[in-house]
Write a protein that binds this ligand. Structure first.
Ligand code: CP
Length: 316
């Protein structure tokens, strides 16, 4: 695998290879010394033009557990603030010998531009680009679902027959997009639930069912309920009347938590707006996989760095 830019590009076999390698990486986390020499001598640059907690620190932990050298670059405090272009930034990283660039950028498509540019000969990993995709988030979500269904050794399994309901700000969500492609490739069925104002134009062409009523969607007893963050920083208009109204109609509150099937799980990519899209009881309940998702993110990102930098894992 040369780059990881999108889950839309992944075949079922490529996706399962990443999940299976992540199982091997999770085994490393169980050891007394949580480190392997697989990427010794390689340099990974975390190039973040947008804020992040989970993705940035888990890529850093992943690279370090594989013994790579890690350089963390945040646009704030860098020469990007002085107007330096993506091209000049990339050529600077090339000059210092970056083998992989993990990029988060506010512009949809920026990782693909970097991968196709010729400015730098490095593996490019998309850590979230605008409202386009967040492929490692979807991979860690798939990994988390698969582990909850099949236990710690779920190697080889896909998600055939699993029902996943994704609720909230679909319009601005790169997580929803990456999950829609990846989870359907793995055999799951996806339902989006949102106000009409928070659904993208052309949603009818996506491989998903669309509902507007959360209570009707939850009555179908989905295996997985994934709540999305309301992305206030990307909203330049009023998409719903008020936070209270949104929470009442589309929030996973305590009453809705109580109607879920006994073995269903509640997911959230984080960061959460507690009390808006998800109640504290739902976020902290035994059904919630929020902290598992973060832990699994390290294993998935180890797998992605290993596969891109070792050249294994398929054609991409
Ligand atoms: N889920 C996610 O991408 O979180 P961060 O923005 O904290 O990286």
């Amino acid at each position: 695998m040369r780059h990881l830019l999108s889950t839309r590009d992944l075949s079922r076999d490529e996706a399962i290879t990443i999940l299976d390698v992540a199982e091997d990486m999770a085994d490393v986390a169980e050891r007394e010394v949580r480190k392997v020499p697989a990427l010794r001598g390689k340099t990974v640059v975390n190039l973040f033009f947008e804020d992040s907690t989970r993705t940035r620190i888990s890529f850093e932990a992943a690279a370090k557990r594989l013994s790579a050298d890690v350089i963390n670059f945040s646009a704030k405090g860098s020469s990007v603030s002085k107007g330096e272009s993506l091209k000049d930034t990339a050529q600077t990283l090339a000059a210092i010998g970056a083998d992989a660039v993990v990029i988060r950028h506010g512009a949809s498509g920026a990782p693909r531009v970097l991968a196709n540019s010729g400015w730098i000969d490095a593996a490019i990993v998309n850590a979230g680009d605008g409202t386009h995709e967040h492929p490692t988030q979807a991979l860690l979500d798939a990994f988390t679902i698969r582990r909850r269904l099949h236990g710690a050794d779920s190697r080889g399994h896909d998600l055939d027959g699993v029902s996943v309901t994704i609720v909230g700000d679909i319009l601005h969500s790169r997580v929803a997009r990456s999950n829609a492609w990846l989870l359907t490739t793995l055999g799951a069925s996806i339902t989006f639930v949102a106000p009409a104002t928070l659904l993208p134009i052309g949603i009818e062409n996506w491989p998903v069912e669309v509902r507007y009523d959360l209570d009707i969607a939850l009555a179908a007893k989905p295996d997985v309920v994934m709540m999305l963050r309301i992305q206030g920083e990307r909203m330049h208009a009023a998409f719903f009347p008020s936070a209270r109204e949104y929470s009442r109609i589309w929030g996973l509150d305590d009453e809705r938590l109580a109607v879920l099937a006994a073995d269903s799980i509640v997911m959230h990519p984080g960061p959460m707006n507690r009390g808006l899209e998800i109640s504290a009881a739902a976020a902290d309940s035994p059904r919630s996989t929020v902290r598992e998702q973060v832990a699994n993110g390290v294993s998935i990102r180890m797998a992605v760095l290993y596969l891109t930098l070792s050249g294994e894992g398929g054609k991409q």
